[in-house]
Design a protein around this ligand. Structure first.
Ligand SMILES: [Zn+2]
Ligand SMILES: [Zn+2]
Length: 478
C-alpha cells in the first residue's frame, strides 16, 4: 500500500482514527515519544511491519556475500588494507608497547565504525554500502568505546561466574554468549547502550521477536566466524608477517562487513517485531538538511490536500526560517496561495521570495515562477532592482519585450535602489542582444554611465557600449 498523499511512496504508518496510511515522512515525530503522531488527529500511528513483505534474510545470503564487493565497500577495504600496512610498519619500527596498542586501537576503531555504519544503514532499508567518509562521520570512537565496554562487562561477568561456580562455568557461559552475540550486537548497534546489549531480558525479547529464524541467524554468524578463523590461520601460515598484517585486517573487515550486513538486514526485516519500527531515529534520517526539507514539504502536502491551508502555511514559514530552505519554502508558499486564489498571500510570499540574495543562481526557476505569478496576478513586480535584473537577464526572446519594459520602469521608491544600474544594464543588453536594437541600447548605456559613472557595473557597461558602437559602425555597410 502507498501513502495517501504521496502515491509513489510506500506507506509506513497507519492511523486508526482517520483510516489513512502515511509514508515515512508524513508524520510528526517527537524524540521522546514512543510513536509518531498523525498530522490530522494527533493520535499515535501504528507502523506497518515489513517482515512478511521483504525477502527473508536466509534467502539473501549470496547478497550479503556480495556486499563487500560493492564499490564503496571495496574502496573501504583497500583503504583499510593500506592503513593496516602503514600501522604494521610503524609498530615494527616503534617498539613501545603503549604506542603499538594505541595504533592497533585506531585500526580497530576505523573497522568498528565502518561495520556498525553498515548495520544501521542496512537496518534503515538502505542496501548500498556506505563510503569511507560516511563511516568516519559516524561516531566511530564512541562505538569503539561501547564495543570495549561490552567485552569488559562480558569478561567481568565470566570472571565473577568462575569465582562463584568454579571453572565448570566457562564452557556453558561461552556457549550462552556465543548464542546471544547476534542479538547483543544488533541491540548495541540499534540502541547504542551497553546496558541494553547485556540485559538478559532485552536479549531474550530480541531472540523471541525473530523467532525460530534466530537459530539460522546464529548458525550463519557462527559459520562466518569459522570462515574468518580459517582464513586467518591460512594467512598466518602461508604469508610473511609484513604482508599477513594488512591481509589479516582485510579478511577481518571483509567477514565482519558480511556479518554486520546480515545483522542489519535482520533488524530491517524484523524492525517492528524488535520494536524499532516506532523508534524514529533508526528509520528516519533526522539530521541532514535535505531530509528535514523533505519531511516538512511532505507535511505541507498532507495539509494542502486536506484543505488545511493555514496549517500548511505554518509549516512552510517554519521551513523558510532556515536559510538553507528559504527558497523552496517560499516558492511553495507562492504556489499554495495561487491555488487558494489569495492575491495578498501570493504577493507577500513572492516579495519574500524575490528578496533572496542568491536569486542569480536560480534565475531560470525565478523566471518560471514570475510567469506563473503574472498569469494569476498580472500587476505583480518584484520590488527590488536586483531581482528584476535577474529576471531580465533570463528573458532571452523577443516575446518578453513587454515584460522587460514593465520590469524596467521603476517607481519613486526604487530610484534609490543601489542595484538600479544593474537593472539598466540588463535592459540595455536585452535591447542589443535580443532586439538587435543597438541604437536604443547605446542611448540607454549613455544614460546609465552619465547618471552612475562609477561602481561595479562600470566595466561591464563600458564593454557593452563598445560592442554596440562597433556593431553600429558595421551596420550601414552590411
Ligand atoms: Zn506521504
Ligand atoms: Zn489520524
Amino acid at each position: 500500500m502507498n501513502c495517501k498523499y504521496h502515491n509513489q511512496e510506500k506507506a509506513q504508518w497507519y492511523c486508526h482514527q482517520c483510516d489513512i496510511s502515511f509514508c515515512l515522512n508524513c508524520c510528526d515525530i517527537n524524540q521522546r515519544e514512543i510513536a509518531p503522531r498523525c498530522l490530522l488527529c494527533r493520535t499515535h500511528l501504528e507502523s506497518y511491519g515489513v517482515s512478511d513483505k521483504v525477502t527473508p534474510f536466509w534467502n539473501k545470503l549470496s547478497e550479503f556475500n556480495k556486499y563487500p564487493w560493492q564499490k564503496n565497500a571495496y574502496n573501504f577495504l583497500l583503504t583499510y588494507m593500506g592503513i593496516a600496512f602503514v600501522i604494521g610498519l610503524l609498530t615494527d619500527f616503534i617498539p613501545i608497547a603503549m604506542i603499538q596498542l594505541l595504533l592497533l586501537l585506531a585500526l580497530y576503531s576505523i573497522g568498528i565504525g565502518y561495520v556498525f555504519t553498515v548495520l544501521t544503514r542496512t537496518a534503515r532499508g538502505k542496501f548500498d554500502a556506505p563510503s569511507y567518509d560516511e563511516a568516519l562521520t559516524f561516531n566511530s570512537d564512541s562505538m569503539t568505546g561501547k564495543v570495549i565496554g561490552l567485552y569488559l562487562v562480558l569478561f567481568g561477568l565470566g570472571y565473577l561466574g568462575v569465582t562463584f561456580f568454579g571453572t565448570g562455568f566457562v564452557i556453558p557461559y561461552l556457549a550462552v554468549i556465543s548464542f546471544s552475540s547476534p542479538a547483543m550486537l544488533i541491540v548495541l548497534a540499534m540502541e547504542k547502550h551497553v546496558t541494553s546489549a547485556v540485559n538478559p531480558a532485552r536479549i531474550a525479547s530480541c531472540v523471541r521477536a525473530i523467532g525460530w529464524p534466530y537459530l539460522l541467524l546464529f548458525g550463519f554468524s557462527f559459520l562466518i566466524d569459522f570462515s574468518l578463523e580459517f582464513a586467518q590461520s591460512q594467512l598466518h601460515f602461508w604469508l610473511p608477517q609484513a604482508i599477513a598484517y594488512p591481509m589479516l585486517f582485510a579478511a577481518l573487515a571483509y567477514f565482519y562487513i558480511v556479518k554486520f550486513n546480515m545483522f542489519g538486514y535482520v533488524a530491517f526485516q524484523y524492525h517492528v517485531e524488535l520494536g524499532y519500527g516506532i523508534d524514529s531515529e533508526n528509520l528516519i534520517d533526522t539530521d541532514s538538511p535535505e531530509a528535514i526539507e523533505k519531511r516538512l514539504l511532505a507535511k505541507a502536502d498532507v495539509y494542502i490536500q486536506e484543505g488545511r491551508f493555514e496549517d500548511a502555511e505554518d509549516v512552510l514559514y517554519d521551513l523558510a526560517q532556515d536559510k538553507r530552505h528559504t527558497v523552496k519554502a517560499l516558492e511553495r508558499l507562492v504556489r499554495l496561495n495561487m491555488v487558494r486564489r489569495n492575491p495578498a498571500g501570493t504577493i507577500k510570499a513572492a516579495n519574500n521570495y524575490y528578496q533572496n540574495p542568491n536569486l542569480p543562481s536560480i534565475g531560470i526557476e525565478a523566471l518560471r515562477l514570475y510567469q506563473e505569478i503574472l498569469a494569476f496576478e498580472p500587476r505583480f513586480k518584484p520590488m527590488n532592482a536586483k531581482s528584476r535584473a535577474v529576471l531580465v537577464n533570463q528573458m532571452k526572446h523577443k516575446r518578453y519585450l513587454e515584460d522587460v519594459n514593465a520590469l524596467a520602469s521603476v517607481n519613486e521608491k526604487m530610484q534609490n535602489d543601489v542595484n538600479l544600474p544593474w537593472l539598466m544594464l540588463s535592459r540595455a543588453r536585452f535591447e542589443s542582444e535580443v532586439m538587435n536594437d543597438d541604437a536604443s541600447a547605446l542611448s540607454m548605456l549613455n544614460k546609465l554611465l552619465s547618471k552612475y559613472p562609477r561602481g561595479s557595473h562600470q566595466k561591464e557597461a563600458e564593454q557593452l557600449r563598445q560592442v554596440c558602437q562597433s556593431m553600429q559602425q558595421k551596420a550601414p555597410s552590411a
